[in-house]
Structure formats: structure tokens, C-alpha cells
Design a protein around this ligand. Structure first.
Ligand SMILES: *[C@@H]1O[C@H](CO)[C@@H](O)[C@H](O)[C@H]1NC(C)=O
Ligand SMILES: *[C@@H]1O[C@H](CO)[C@@H](O)[C@H](O)[C@H]1NC(C)=O
Ligand SMILES: *[C@@H]1O[C@H](CO)[C@@H](O)[C@H](O)[C@H]1NC(C)=O
Ligand SMILES: *[C@@H]1O[C@H](CO)[C@@H](O)[C@H](O)[C@H]1NC(C)=O
Ligand SMILES: *[C@@H]1O[C@H](CO)[C@@H](O)[C@H](O)[C@H]1NC(C)=O
Ligand SMILES: *[C@@H]1O[C@H](CO)[C@@H](O)[C@H](O)[C@H]1NC(C)=O
Length: 562
């Protein structure tokens, strides 16, 4: 529908009409539900995502490796329990603690769905009791970030409810009886986040003040610490922070029968999905975006950090909410965005003297320049593209996803630790004239010559995106090499990141260095995602099947039901 992008007035009218119709349909769809909706019968949806060569999908576990990953989760949990219980995170080198996520015990809420999948019932019971008895979501340390809070806390709570409802927790385990209390905590939190939607466009505020219950711009520290984020006239936000709450809110509406959550989330990302501003690549938005007017205030366009999970959620909500009014539209926008990625962002690396092999990486576009830099975060795209390729039956996209995953694998395999860095660069085989980065030191030149890439930021932050995409790769294609690559990554994490108090990130993945190379940080996504995806790769494919579950951007799984 190209006219959507060319004619702002008519597109706004169309958008308004669309929204009114949806609200009507959504309300009608939910009107039969009572508040204790888990008693209601849900129609299973399902999809054929996983490798069909497995037939019934069973009999393919590698229990020995899965058990070793579970041991890593036990180490992570027990040290946190002993030294930092109730805090947001543990400092894995010093044994200290942090309150970086408003002080509600981010580790506890974020890892609960992992413990449920792994069947760590004693540990999960401690977490559930803490969440219900000790966490007060109505008060917060500091300003609340609706994006981080939605994906880590709200998603974490709702996933445990969905896992209980799906029968994952065996009968007789007391956690089953705490389902309603968990959901009540999720509702309290979501209702405290409600003021975040209070803008003329419906786009979310960057922060919420839980004392005044009002939206708030980013705190000044965001600009002072990161000069690449200038202060605009009005508060502005990137696509990821604006457009990554529809899964969680759709699930909350299903569980409560209250359509306000999904309606607000739909309105919040409408300026992205029904983008009325000129952009040369259909499906992709320019950013950042002014939350008061909905207009872009920058010319940055990509699938990398800050934009990533908006594109990720387009296809995931299409899977989660099959049959909803907008689902076909979301699928089309996602398809356009992948097509744009393929034509404009994917970039083949040029062969080098000592490294002739070429790889496919993904760069960024800023005001006509090609930014030949990719971040670890963006390795999620490989798995997301494979997921949508299988769902929409798009073989070319499957090839693209696999090529991008091979690129991330190459980055991991190229370093002495066999762990990939935070960001890296390459010489594009085509269009190097418009590329922004060139190797600038002897070290970078050496790395380029030997491996075809150079480190732009050599840190490792225990991020999940590479193993996440290996999970999709293995479950969708059944290719054993993805399991092998996952095992390589796990062994490298065990060897280089394991500490007395948990697992630490690395200052420089090109140094072996031991303790002096550790970063005293272990973000909750290590337990929520990195270890979860590694474990799932080795478990039987029927566990957490992609035919039945949709995983959020934080690795929380939701049921594919109506
Ligand atoms: C699936 O196949 C495996 C191996 O062939 C078999 O052991 C298992 O019982 C089957 N499971 C179901 C649910 O049919
Ligand atoms: C958490 O850290 C603070 C200060 O950094 C310290 O005073 C406190 O004892 C720590 N808590 C635990 C449980 O170790
Ligand atoms: C949470 O904190 C608020 C504000 O201090 C208080 O009014 C409320 O009673 C607390 N809720 C619970 C369940 O303790
Ligand atoms: C919330 O707003 C109140 C009133 O303006 C202010 O005093 C307080 O510092 C704000 N909270 C935070 C965490 O900034
Ligand atoms: C929905 O958004 C409106 C602002 O448009 C806000 O006033 C309301 O509290 C929000 N409700 C929920 C449940 O988020
Ligand atoms: C840079 O990009 C522009 C527009 O895409 C193109 O016309 C030009 O040839 C490119 N320059 C080089 C040196 O690649």
C-alpha cells in the first residue's frame, strides 16, 4: 500500500478508521471473557515452524550437554541467592549488588521462566514467593523505563503464568496455586506503566515517574553519557523502545479480558507501522521519532541497536495473534523491512590477503552513508528472519537468515576467546566509497587482514543474540552445525566468563587475560536468555516448541493461543 507513505492526510484518516475498527473487533473478541480467564477454553493456534524432518519432534535431545548448561544456571542462581538476593543483579567478580532496574529484583523476575523450563522447582518457588510477598511495583528506585520494564518484568511475570496455564509446572507443585497472585502483580505493574501511553500520538514516553504517575523525558544522564543522543525539542524515542510492547500487552489482554492493554500498545506503535513520512525503503522507518508529533527527527535507518525489536515484534505478533485484524498488515510491513535489509543493509565483506572467505554482515544507514559496523545485538536478526521465512514460506529469506548467522559465527570463531565482541567492522565488497569506517590502527589492520573483520568495541556483555539465533537455526533447519556452534560458545563462556559469583562479561574478547579481563557485570538477560537458549538447543525440540510458543525479545515465551 504505497499510498500510505505518500499522502499523510489520507493515511491518518485510514489509520484512524483502522484503529476504530480494530478496537471494535478486539473488544468483541474479548467480550465473552470473565476475569478468571484461565478457566476459559482457548483455541490453540500453532504454526509449522520447526524442522519437519523430525516428524513428531521428539527423540533429539542431547541431555548431557543440556545438563551442563543447567549446571551453569544453577551456579548463576545459587550465587545470586547467596550474595545478592532481592537486588536487581549481582556483581559477578566482587560479589556486590546493583539496583540498575528500579530495585524490584530484576534477576528474580527475569529468570523465572528459565527456571520453569528447566524444572528447577525449588529455586522457582523461592522466586515466586519473593515476587508475590516482597516486591512492590507501585514504588520504584529512580525513573522507570517502560521498555526495559515491559520486556524484563512484565514479560517475565506473564510468561510464568502462561507456563503454568500450559501445564508446564507438574501438578502438586505449590507454584501452581500462586498463578493468580503472579498475574495480579503483572496487572499492578502494567497499570503503573499506563501513564507512559499518555502522549498526543499514543507513543510511549521514554520514562515514567512512579511518584507523580506521569510520563517523563529521558534523564539528562542519557545525553551527557552518550553524545550521539542529542537533545531534541520534544522527547524522542527509537523504534525499539517505541514498538516493543505489543506481545506483552496482547498476552495481558488475553489473560485479563481487559482490551485496554493491547489497544494502547497498538496505538503506541501505529506511527511506526503506518508510517506516514517519506522513506525510500518501504517497511523501514527513520529515527529517532518525536513522541509528540510522530515525526522522525533523525535520518538513521537499520535493524541494529535501538531499532531492532520493533522489526522483531512485527512478525512475532503476527504469529502470536493469528487471525487478528492487523496481522496480515504486520506481516507485509515485516516482509518489506526484510526486503529493505537485504537490498540496502546486508553487505558482503571483501576478501583479504590472509582471509579470502567472504561473509554477510548487516550495516546501518545514516543520511545516505553506509555505516559498515554491526553490533552483537543485531545477531538476533538472523533468527528472526528465519522464523518469519518459515512462517510465511519465504525460502529466500531463510537463506538470508542463515547467511547472517554464518557472519555472526565467523565473528565468534575469529577471536582468541571464541567469543564475539560488542561491535565489529568490515570492508564492504561493494560500495566501499560510501562506507564510514576504515581500519585506523595497526591492530585493526592486522585483525582485518587475518579475519576479514576488525573489532570496533571488543567488550563482551554476556549477550544472548548469537545463541538465540542458533536456537532458531537449529529448531527451524535441524542442521547439527548450529548445535556444534552453540557448544563452542558455551564452552568459551565456561572457560572465560565463569567467576566465583556467577559469570562476568569480558573487557576484550581478543585477550585471554583471566581475572583482569573480567567486567564486574552480569545483566539479568544472562539467565533470562543466554542460558535459556543454550539449554533449549540441546533439549528435545518438543520443549518450548516454536510451533506452540512465541519468545519475546527478552526470551520470555508466550502461548500461541487465542
Ligand atoms: C515421537 O518419536 C519418538 C522417536 O521415534 C518416540 O519415541 C516418541 O514416543 C514419539 N512421541 C510421540 C508424542 O508420538
Ligand atoms: C549490597 O551492596 C551494598 C553496598 O554496595 C552493601 O552495603 C550491602 O551489604 C550489599 N548487600 C548484600 C546482601 O550483600
Ligand atoms: C506498596 O507501597 C505503597 C507506597 O508505599 C503502599 O501504599 C502499599 O501499601 C504497598 N503495597 C504493598 C502490597 O505492600
Ligand atoms: C518524580 O517527580 C517528582 C515531582 O516532580 C520529583 O520530585 C521526583 O524527583 C521525580 N522522581 C524521579 C525519580 O525523578
Ligand atoms: C491507555 O492509554 C491512555 C492514554 O492514551 C491512558 O490514559 C490509560 O491509562 C492507558 N491504559 C492502560 C491500561 O495502559
Ligand atoms: C555513494 O552512494 C550514492 C547513492 O547511493 C551513489 O550514487 C554513489 O555512487 C556512491 N559512491 C560510491 C563511491 O560508492
Amino acid at each position: 500500500m504505497p499510498s500510505f507513505r505518500r499522502n499523510p492526510t489520507s493515511s491518518f484518516k485510514l489509520l484512524a478508521a483502522f484503529l476504530i475498527i480494530t478496537f471494535y473487533l478486539v473488544i468483541r473478541g474479548f467480550s465473552g471473557s470473565e476475569s478468571s480467564s484461565h478457566k476459559r477454553r482457548h483455541a490453540p493456534l500453532g504454526a509449522h515452524i520447526q524442522f519437519e524432518g523430525w516428524k513428531n519432534g521428539s527423540g533429539h535431545a542431547d541431555e548431557e550437554k543440556a545438563t551442563q548448561v543447567r549446571e551453569a544456571m544453577k551456579h548463576t542462581f545459587s550465587k545470586y541467592r547467596e550474595y545478592a538476593w532481592g537486588y536487581d543483579d549481582i556483581k559477578p567478580v566482587s560479589g556486590g549488588n546493583g539496583t540498575s532496574r528500579n530495585g524490584w529484583g530484576a534477576f528474580i523476575v527475569d529468570t523465572a521462566s528459565t527456571l520453569a523450563l528447566m524444572g528447577m522447582w525449588d529455586e522457582l518457588e523461592l522466586e515466586v514467593d519473593h515476587i508475590i510477598d516482597k516486591v512492590n511495583f507501585t514504588t520504584a528506585y529512580g525513573l522507570v523505563d517502560p521498555f526495559e520494564t515491559t520486556i524484563r518484568y512484565l514479560g517475565g511475570l506473564l510468561s510464568v503464568v502462561d507456563l503454568i496455564d500450559a501445564g508446564t509446572v507438574p501438578p502438586g507443585i505449590i507454584i501452581n496455586s500462586k498463578r493468580d497472585a503472579l498475574l495480579a502483580q503483572a496487572i499492578t505493574l502494567a497499570d503503573k506503566l499506563a501513564p507512559s501511553f499518555d502522549t498526543p500520538t499514543g507513543m510511549v514516553w521514554p520514562r515514567v515517574n512512579f511518584t507523580t504517575n506521569e510520563g517523563s523525558p529521558d534523564p539528562p544522564s542519557v545525553y551527557l553519557l552518550d553524545p550521539s543522543k542529542p537533545r531534541y525539542k520534544n522527547p524522542s524515542i527509537g523504534p525499539a523502545r517505541a514498538g516493543s510492547n505489543i506481545l506483552e500487552n496482547r498476552v495481558l489482554s488475553r489473560l485479563t479480558g481487559n482490551v485496554a492493554y493491547v489497544n494502547n500498545a497498538t496505538r503506541a506503535w501505529a506511527p511506526l507501522v503506518w508510517n506516514k513520512f517519506d522513506t525510500p525503503w518501504p517497511g523501514m522507518v527513520d529515527a529517532p521519532i518525536d513522541i509528540i508529533t510522530g515525526a522522525p527527527v533523525g535520518r538513521v535507518r537499520h535493524w541494529d541497536a535501538g531499532h531492532d525489536s520493533y522489526y522483531e515484534y512485527l512478525i512475532k505478533v503476527a504469529l502470536l495473534a493469528q487471525g487478528d485484524l492487523y496481522t496480515p498488515f504486520y506481516q507485509n510491513v515485516w516482509t518489506d523491512a526484510v526486503t529493505a535489509l537485504r537490498h540496502h543493509l546486508a553487505s558482503r565483506s571483501a576478501p583479504q590477503d590472509n582471509h579470502k572467505k567472504q561473509h554477510v554482515f548487516m550495516g546501518k544507514q545514516e543520511a545516505g552513508w553506509f555505516i559498515n559496523e554491526q553490533s552483537h545485538l543485531s545477531c538476533f536478526a538472523a533468527g528472526n528472519i528465519m522464523l518469519g521465512a518459515r512462517f510465511l514460506n519465504h525460502p529466500n529469506f531463510l537463506t538470508l537468515g542463515q547467511a547472517l548467522l554464518e557472519g555472526c559465527r565467523h565473528v565468534y570463531a575469529s577471536t582468541p576467546t571464541h567469543i564475539g565482541p560488542e561491535t565489529w567492522s568490515w570492508i564492504p565488497k561493494f560500495g566501499y566509497g560510501n562506507a564510514t569506517f576504515h581500519p585506523s590502527s595497526d591492530r585493526q589492520l592486522q585483525e582485518l587482514n587475518d579475519t576479514g573483520i576488525w573489532m570496533a568495541d571488543a567488550q563482551f556483555k554476556l549477550r544472548p543474540e548469537y545463541v538465540e539465533s542458533l536456537f532458531y537455526g537449529y529448531r527451524i533447519t535441524g542442521e547439527e552445525r548450529y548445535r556444534d556452534w552453540a557448544w563452542d560458545a558455551f564452552r568459551a563462556f565456561e572457560r572465560h566468563c565463569k567467576t566465583k559469583f556467577g559469570y562476568a562479561g569480558l573487557r576484550d574478547v581478543t585477550l585471554r587475560g583471566g581475572e583482569s579481563n573480567w567486567k564486574d557485570e552480569q545483566e539479568s538477560f544472562w539467565g533470562a536468555e543466554t542460558l535459556k537458549y543454550l539449554w533449549l538447543i540441546f533439549k528435545d525440540p518438543s520443549v518450548g516448541s516454536l510451533d506452540k510458543w512465541v519468545y519475546s525479545t527478552e526470551g520470555h515465551l508466550f502461548r500461541m493461543i487465542r
